[in-house]
Design a protein around this ligand. Structure first.
Ligand SMILES: C[S@@+](CC[C@H](N)C(=O)[O-])C[C@H]1O[C@@H](n2cnc3c(N)ncnc32)[C@H](O)[C@@H]1O
Length: 231
């Protein structure tokens, strides 16, 4: 499904991002076109009202989400990103969201997810869709998942980008074992190819594949206090 946003499509095809002064930055970090299209399809089908994304970078995932919400005629997006050392990316992302006429549905929180997500939980926030694509270290990815799970409603979705990374894959394995989620087929291929044959083999053995993977929360169950003491 093509995404009806000429600014987004131009960014993806040129791999350049316009800045407010008309000059361009090189696009060095973003979802692929296929991942954007998969994300767009899911959001058009599910029509979430509250979306949170962790990791905004140059705004490619944000523009994809906001375009879907605009086409749906409802919904808002909160993007969390501390932008350590790359203020230019933050300004360019916000410039293009503004240029695309999508700012009214958008809030950017300029801070790290490990500080923002607990606060959103404490404020009683809820979400229908959380896109995790921030700091990809295991500790950060796990904390993002832990709070995303507290925030997301039953029937809502948590999506992980870079799901073939060992750190992210460990979090996904935890989610599938210790929470009640089911994976959605969003039409993306199972890609195991690594940078050399050994990495490809280890990815196959560990079941680490993919680019983006999406999981629907089917029940709010989580282990109660003391649950693990007899294992
Ligand atoms: C892979 S990029 C995100 C790409 C973006 N989702 C897109 O497709 O356009 C990762 C982003 O995570 C952000 N990041 C790094 N540490 C973070 C943290 N602790 N919390 C939230 N975001 C973080 C980086 O600043 C960077 O913009």
């Amino acid at each position: 499904m093509a995404i009806p946003n000429p600014i987004l499509n131009e960014i993806i095809s040129s791999k350049k991002v316009e800045q407010a002064d008309g000059t361009h930055l090189k696009l060095t970090s973003a979802l692929s076109l296929e991942e954007c299209e998969a994300l767009y399809r899911v959001l058009r089908e599910r029509k979430p009202k509250r979306v949170i994304e962790i990791g905004m970078a140059y705004g490619v995932s944000g523009l994809t989400i906001l375009t879907a919400l605009e086409e749906n005629g409802e919904g808002t997006l909160t993007s969390v990103d501390p932008y350590p050392g790359w203020e230019s990316a933050r300004k360019a992302a916000l410039h293009n969201i503004e240029r695309a006429g999508l700012s009214a549905r958008h809030t950017h929180i300029h801070d790290a997810s490990e500080r923002v997500l607990p606060k959103l939980c404490a404020d009683g926030e809820r979400a229908d869709f959380v896109h995790i694509d921030g700091h990809h270290g295991f500790d950060h990815a796990f904390i993002d998942f832990f709070y995303a799970d507290l925030l997301v409603n039953v029937g809502g979705i948590i999506a992980f980008d870079d799901s073939g990374w060992r750190s992210v894959n460990k979090v996904i394995r935890y989610l599938l074992r210790h929470r009640k989620y089911q994976e959605l087929d969003v039409g993306l291929p199972r890609e195991y190819r690594g940078k050399n044959p050994l990495v490809t083999l280890s990815k196959r053995l560990e079941g680490r594949f993919g680019t983006s993977r999406h999981f629907e929360k089917i029940d709010a169950w989580a282990a109660p206090f003391n649950y693990h003491k007899n294992f």
